[in-house]
Design a binder for this molecule. Structure first.
Ligand SMILES: NC(=O)c1ccc[n+]([C@@H]2O[C@H](COP(=O)([O-])OP(=O)(O)OC[C@H]3O[C@@H](n4cnc5c(N)ncnc54)[C@H](O)[C@@H]3O)[C@@H](O)[C@H]2O)c1
Ligand SMILES: O=C(O)C[C@H](O)C(=O)O
Length: 329
């Protein structure tokens, strides 16, 4: 160990993503093999006992980098001193629940968590919201943390990015590492736009190499955009290990940077780039350097891409308007 432990707060710690995520954090995959971590787990009171069970298993892993585990049911305590916040716990949609009800229920979670981050997190706090609807939950939390730079709040679309890489690698018969500059635009929802407009396979344009616009429009895009629903249909539960893996990737890249000549995708606060209204937390192609995600600038957006980006961004604006109406932002 070469440095002081980093405090990582994980909400929804007793849930299925939490179970897949915590062991990878403890093993050093979130921040690197030289960085010890202290876990601060947040759960609702009814699930604290289950979180304690997971903590017992973490102890039993004898992870050299795991410097401590604390469990809370109070966001103020859980986020006190947090350097990284992984906001996984959210209210799932239940039978008969309308979209507005879901947004309101999640507002009740992400507003106090944003306030707690504002009140007590470390100055270098980085937040990743995984719990759905991730972009709008991130917006709610961010809007209640006025003292934290807005760009420290991000929403997860790395799972969508990874799904896009996997589908393209299969189609092209290449390794995922042969692909560069794939991008997810917009919302982490079925309206998202997984784009290959600028993507390269071993230095060649992906769309030209595939040479099949119908496959891109009618198979690739819906497969990626609806993959979450397909996993729920197949497993009877939403994606967990792949979501945890993507959360690890998102934070690792944020801290350690993107490779030269490539980018990744993340939901970040819009600065107005590409016609995305300023302040919305939308997915963009992003690079990471010196601990900051930045939107890739200056890309030409073609006629195929423009309406698809706009449609997903319009959905984000609707969600923002709905939570504004509910007084949540
Ligand atoms: N962004 C993505 O790519 C992505 C991918 C997969 C799943 N998700 C979302 O992640 C979320 C978690 O998924 P899961 O499968 O782990 O769900 P889960 O139901 O197994 O676990 C959620 C946990 O959150 C806890 N929780 C609820 N309210 C809380 C609060 N106020 N504070 C702390 N904990 C709270 C619950 O007690 C539960 O243990 C869901 O919203 C899911 O839709 C997002
Ligand atoms: O939980 C869901 O609704 C699906 C999840 O966001 C996913 O993309 O797998």
């Amino acid at each position: 160990m070469t440095q002081a432990p980093v405090n990582v707060t994980v909400t929804g710690a007793a849930g299925q993503i939490g179970y897949a995520l915590l062991f990878r954090i403890a093993s050093g995959q979130l921040l690197g093999a030289d960085t010890p971590v202290k876990l601060r787990l947040l759960e609702i009171p009814q699930a604290v006992k289950a979180a304690e069970g997971t903590a017992m298993e973490l102890d039993d892993g004898a992870f050299p980098l795991l410097a401590g585990i604390d469990i809370f049911d109070d966001p103020k305590q859980a986020f006190s001193g947090a350097n990284i916040g992984l906001l996984v716990g959210a209210r799932p949609r239940s039978k008969g629940m309308e979209r507005g009800d879901l947004l309101e229920a999640n507002g009740g979670i992400f507003k106090p968590q944003g306030e707690a981050i504002n009140a007590g997190a470390a100055d270098d706090i980085k937040v990743l919201v995984v719990g759905n609807p991730a972009n709008t939950n991130a917006l709610i939390a961010q809007s209640h943390a006025p003292d934290v730079p807005a760009e420290r709040f991000t929403a997860m679309t790395r799972l969508d990015h990874n799904r896009a890489l996997a589908q393209l690698a299969k189609k092209l018969g290449v390794a995922v590492t042969d692909l560069k500059k794939v991008a997810i635009w917009g919302n982490h929802s079925a309206t998202q736009y997984p784009s290959v407009q600028h993507a390269e396979v071993n230095g060649k344009n992906v769309a030209e190499t595939i040479n099949d616009e119908a496959w891109l429009a009618d198979t690739f895009i819906p497969t990626v955009a609806k993959r979450g629903a397909a996993i729920i249909e197949a497993r009877g539960l939403s994606s967990a290990a792949s979501a945890a893996s993507a959360a690890i990737d998102h934070v690792y890249t944020w801290v350690n940077g993107t490779p030269e000549g490539d980018w990744t995708s993340a939901g970040v606060v819009s600065d107005g780039s590409y016609g995305v209204p300023e302040g919305l937390i939308s997915s963009f192609p992003v690079t990471a350097k010196d601990g900051k995600y930045e939107i890739v600038q200056g890309l030409e957006i073609d006629e195929f891409s423009r309406p698809r980006i706009d449609a997903s961004v319009a959905e984000l604006a609707e969600e923002r308007d709905a939570v504004r109406k509910l007084g949540l932002i």
